[in-house]
Design a protein around this ligand. Structure first.
Ligand code: GLA
Length: 407
């Protein structure tokens, strides 16, 4: 009898911490993360207010359905070595916060690191993988970002440490999405998918800037686009995603970690370019500016329905660099092409140079047709064209065109 009750209790506990839905990784995750704007200055009020704001602004309806708490939430371990949140910042605890966020139709993510301490010096999970994964499951956490500060610069060690946490999450009793964050230092695109990660960061942290012009070593939007262009074979539905880090949309050089190393802010056109390339290259769409006070233009960028449709297209193919771009154009061009599930293609044409330039782009090579229908995603205009799209592209602007053969 006693055994039976014990079994019943364990079964009930397991049900309580089991996320009925299996992890859906058919398209890249969308959501919001605390780091770039707030750094470690986070608390439960910011999370609750952001959840409210994500509903009120329409972000949740548009698909931005994760909130991920980055570094700085931890308060050490209790006398049983269970990891605990900082009681000043999260006085109601993580389970109550997860309940609140879930009640808004949003999933909750959290952060840890494959070493004793995180990048910002807080308690991390090395040696406690099983225990921490269970704790996260008991809190009803849906996503874990797992960092690599303080860990050895060795691919085999990295792989083993990520596998240890991936295995622990699998056995935790809850479906928890696993996001590897070792910055591409050990080629995670070659192994992270196999060990169970849904995505893997491919670069060091993005700063709120176009590119590293002053040699301070930070990465801007253009630097990260360039580093990801050739990684398309490794991403895809059923494999996972190359993670180009958070969107810096709407930060405009405000303080926070993305303002370090020369991150003094970008132009609207540059923010649009970053969103365009995240969508085209199947990188997660994770905003980071303060959604409670987001300006209308930044919000409109994030909510552009064609961009979201490109990002979330069920074919799940990362755009490839196009070799025959802007044949008659002068200047520094990056063009990429992403096939879409309805047979059309999304083309991104970025003028990476510092002055406006003309581009003439051959559409027929993608559609096989001399008559084409072209929607310019950012202007919203649809036009019927022949073989070519021609246009002037402003410095750092990306034209995103959805092109299909005209009937
Ligand atoms: C690293 C990561 C960032 C962020 C910080 C937190 O730098 O790459 O995205 O998580 O750590 O300390």
């Amino acid at each position: 009898m006693k055994r039976l009750s014990l079994l019943l209790v364990s079964a009930l506990m397991l049900t309580a911490t089991t996320n009925a839905q299996p992890i859906d990784n058919s398209t890249p995750p969308m959501g919001w993360m605390t780091w770039n704007q707030f750094g470690v200055n986070i608390n439960e009020q910011i999370i609750r207010e952001t959840a409210d704001a994500m509903v009120a602004t329409g972000m949740v309806d548009a698909g931005y359905d994760y909130i991920i708490i980055d570094d700085g939430w931890q308060g050490g371990r209790d006398n049983r070595n269970n990891i605990i949140p900082d009681p000043q910042k999260f006085p109601s605890g993580m389970k109550a916060l997860a309940d609140y966020v879930h009640s808004k139709g949003i999933k909750l993510g959290i952060y840890s690191d494959a070493a004793p301490l995180t990048c910002a010096g807080y308690t991390a999970s090395l040696g406690f993988e099983t225990q921490d994964a269970r704790t996260f499951a008991q809190w009803d956490i849906d996503y874990l970002k797992y960092d690599y500060c303080g860990a050895p610069d060795d691919q085999l060690v990295a792989r083993a440490r990520y596998k240890a946490m991936a295995d622990a999450l699998r056995k935790s009793g809850r479906a928890i999405y696993f996001a590897a964050c070792e910055w591409g230092a050990h080629q995670p695109w070659l192994w992270a998918s196999q060990i169970g990660a849904g995505l893997w960061r491919t670069t060091y942290d993005v700063r709120d800037m176009w590119r590293d012009v002053n040699g301070k070593g930070g990465l801007g939007i253009l630097d990260i686009i360039r580093q990801n262009l050739d990684l398309y074979p490794f991403a895809g539905a059923g494999k996972g995603w190359n993670d180009m880090d958070m969107l810096v949309t709407g930060l405009y050089g405000k303080s926070g970690p993305s303002a370090d190393l020369g991150g003094t802010g970008c132009t609207e056109e540059e923010y649009r370019t970053q969103i365009s390339f995240h969508a085209l290259m199947c990188s997660p769409m994770i905003a980071t500016c303060d959604v409670r006070t987001i300006d209308d233009r930044s919000l409109a960028m994030l909510l552009n329905s064609d961009i979201i449709a490109i990002s979330q297209d069920r074919l799940g193919v990362q755009a490839q660099p196009s070799s025959k771009l802007c044949l008659q154009g002068e200047g520094d061009w990056i063009a990429v092409v992403k096939p879409l599930s309805d047979g059309s293609v999304a083309i991104g044409i970025l003028n990476a140079g510092d002055s406006a330039a003309e581009c003439s782009y051959n559409l027929t090579m993608h559609t096989g047709n001399n008559k084409n229908v072209v929607k310019d995603v950012w202007s919203g205009q649809t036009t019927k064209l022949g073989q070519k799209w021609k246009g002037s592209v402003a410095p750092h602007q990306t034209k995103v065109l959805i092109v299909s053969a005209s009937k």
